[in-house]
Design a protein around this ligand. Structure first.
Ligand SMILES: Cc1ncc(C[n+]2csc(CCOP(=O)(O)OP(=O)(O)O)c2C)c(N)n1
Ligand SMILES: CC(=O)[C@@H](O)[C@H](O)COP(=O)(O)O
Ligand SMILES: [Mg+2]
Length: 631
């Protein structure tokens, strides 16, 4: 395609100069452009193809960036990026130095709010709408949220707040529900059923008919009938969104520009909270993605659009996610009490097989991380053994639930923390850098950091047997390639092991960085310990290593601040042992998107970087003068 129209669009102002009749062609070019560029870079696909017409219509009708568009999750913003001056930068999408796969305030004035985690858009748009009122500015704030993201409590907290006036002020916020009847996996829960009934029209007509029969033979009936011709849902019971105080319009076809544009124009000119329900198809316009929206949610790398995603010729290495999925099924076979829970990440968390084999013990609770944790706590109270499979970054949402509902009551809930450490292309919003720091400070919580695939399986087993809350963290992708032993053996609780005996320097590795540590240690002739547990920490091993070496180096793929290295220094202080400690881990800054191996190298966490840091701190042939108070 030669992109005749698209080439002339360097900003939404250019788009608004086009005659309405050209918009269909522009949308077709935009869809083709997005498909072509994702096929070269990888990235989210289905959601972007599904929001092409909506993006064109929004920038055509609204005065962006003056009017604020807030994209929920933000994984559907590629068409928006293309139309807002970033067409030529799509080639660097999600790569080091390139543009982000999510909206970023520092990337463009059209990205009014940074997202990545879901269900924040209505709150943010409401904040912007209220700010406009307070500042006397006449502009609209639009939240675009998917049906999956709408399931989160936060979205409803925002509706609850935005639908009523505050001190006489009512924000001009428009919520657009982009209903494609999909989350990453097929959608779940009562809201999904409700939206389906709204789409079939049954709720709306039932509500009307019900109201009419209630009003019949009263003077209100004729009034209601006439009023209904002009307004919807004000006299008769309306949709749930109307009950929240929004003027509900829809459902309309979100791919039909002739329906979208006049409806948006109409809503743009209305005051107060508006709600537009549009219906779209995930993957629209690309047959393969339409047919299999789960598979085509995102492309992990390049692909030929004519062929679609193909299995690589050589089978890829087993990922930690697969190790977890296999362990979960094996454990469920052994223990009938096991229940697996995912907040809307069945595929990403490796639970497809478990779902198939144990449907009654599988719970996809929707995008509801807080609920997933308290739900697990409730199950644990009754003797069930819940396993919450959750990405490290998304567990941040459920911190209070972890403390208040699980840990204080010392309930045996196993948290299988996937995507621990840097995740690569998704960048800072999805990085699991903080979980060691935020879990180890919780009383009763145990924190396990397996070093490889086999250790991961054994750590999950060990955690599952423990009578209290446990997190087992493991990174995205594959590890050192240590094939898990089928037989499960509980690890010695709170004990690490020495993996290499060397001199002067001892490296205390937590998690998968054990392997680059071993490589670096070969060159430095350093000792290496595989610590396995951040909590309970093997304080005896720490003390022994401190006594027998001139300096310690702690190593983790989590933030240095408050992390495993901090646990070691706390233990040394508590024991009155004075020894120089170099803490290596992720820096106190948000690490950008890009190839994970390159990012780890930039953070100095590959073998060469670890060696360089040790040499820089302690010299090439480390000569460390120990404090006389050393233990
Ligand atoms: C808090 C949080 N939990 C989970 C995710 C992972 N996630 C990203 S997109 C998505 C599905 C969203 O579905 P929907 O909002 O309907 O958008 P669609 O993909 O259908 O366009 C999920 C679960 C996330 N980004 N944020
Ligand atoms: C947008 C979002 O949150 C998910 O689609 C996420 O990008 C999935 O990440 P993984 O590819 O690591 O499962
Ligand atoms: Mg959806």
């Amino acid at each position: 395609m030669d992109y005749t129209l698209l080439k002339g669009i360097d900003s939404p102002a250019d788009l608004r100069r086009l005659p309405r009749t050209e918009l269909r062609k522009l949308a077709d070019e935009l869809r083709a452009y997005v498909l072509e560029s994702v096929s070269k870079t990888g990235g989210h696909l289905g959601s972007n193809l599904g929001t092409v017409e909506l993006t064109v219509a929004l920038h055509y009708v609204f005065n962006t960036p003056e009017d604020r568009l807030v994209w929920d999750v933000g994984h559907q913003t590629y068409p928006h990026k293309v139309l807002t001056g970033r067409r030529d930068r799509m080639g660097g999408l999600r790569q080091i130095g390139g543009i982000s796969g999510f909206p970023r305030r520092d990337e463009s004035e059209y990205d009014t709010f940074g997202t990545g985690h879901s269900s924040t858009s209505i709150s943010a748009a409401h904040g912007m709408a209220m700010a406009a009122k307070l500042k006397g500015e006449n502009r609209k704030a639009v939240a675009i949220i998917g049906d999956g993201s709408m399931t989160a409590g936060m979205a409803f907290e925002a509706l609850n707040n935005a639908g009523v006036a505050h001190g006489g002020l009512l924000g001009d916020v428009l919520v657009i529900l982009n209903d494609n009847d999909m989350s990453i996996s097929p959608p779940v829960g009562a809201l999904n059923k409700y939206l389906a009934r709204l789409m079939s029209g049954s709720i709306y007509s039932a509500a009307r008919e019900g109201a009419k029969s209630v009003l019949k033979n009263t003077p209100l009936y004729e009034f209601a009938r006439k009023f209904e011709e002009h307004t919807k849902g004000m006299v008769v019971p309306g949709t749930i969104f109307e009950e929240f105080g929004f003027n509900y319009v829809g459902p309309i076809d979100g791919h039909d520009l002739d329906a979208l544009i006049p409806t948006l124009e109409n809503l743009r000119d209305k005051k107060g909270p508006q709600f537009l329900h549009i219906v779209t198809k995930k993957g629209a316009g690309y047959k393969l993605a339409e047919a299999d929206p789960v598979k085509y949610h995102a492309a992990s790398g390049k692909f030929d659009p004519a062929v679609g995603f193909v299995k690589p010729a050589t089978p890829p290495k087993t990922t930690f996610t697969q190790v977890f999925g296999d362990w979960l099924c094996d454990m469920a076979e052994q223990d009938q009490r096991l229940v697996g829970i995912t907040p809307a990440m069945r595929e990403g968390s490796g639970m497809v097989e478990f779902h198939k084999r144990f449907p009654q013990r599988y719970h996809d609770v929707g995008i509801a991380e807080q609920h997933s944790v308290t739900f697990a706590a409730g199950l644990a109270c009754e003797g069930i053994k819940p396993v919450v499979a959750i990405y490290s970054t998304f567990l941040q949402r459920a911190y209070d639930q972890m403390v208040h509902d699980v840990a204080i009551q010392n309930l045996p809930v196993l948290f299988a923390l996937d995507r621990a450490g840097l995740v690569g292309a998704d960048g800072a919003t999805h990085a699991g850098n903080y979980d060691i720091a935020y879990t180890r400070c919780i009383p009763n919580m145990a924190v396990l950091t397996p070093a490889d695939e086999d250790e991961c399986r054994q750590a999950l087993y060990t955690g599952f047997l423990h009578d209290g809350p446990v997190t087992v963290r493991y990174p995205r992708g594959a590890g050192a390639g240590v094939v898990p032993v089928k037989a499960m053996t509980a690890q010695a609780w709170g004990r690490g092991e020495i993996r290499r005996k060397g001199q002067r320097i001892a490296v205390l590795a937590f998690g998968t960085l054990l392997y680059p540590a071993l490589e670096a240690a070969e060159r430095l002739d350093a000792t290496v310990a595989n610590m396995r547990f951040v909590k309970p920490l093997d304080t005896e091993l720490v003390a022994e290593l401190a006594r027998t070496h001139d300096a310690l180096v702690t190593l983790e793929d989590g933030c240095i601040m408050g992390g495993a290295g901090s646990a070691v220094t706390e233990a040394l202080n508590a024991a009155g042992i004075h020894v120089p400690v170099l803490q290596l881990g992720l820096p106190d800054e948000f690490v950008e998107h890009g190839d994970p191996a390159k990012l780890m190298s930039l953070c100095g966490l590959d073998a060469a970087g670890i060696e360089a840091s040790i040499v820089k701190r302690f010299g090439a042939k480390p000569q460390v003068v120990r404090s006389s108070a050393a233990g």
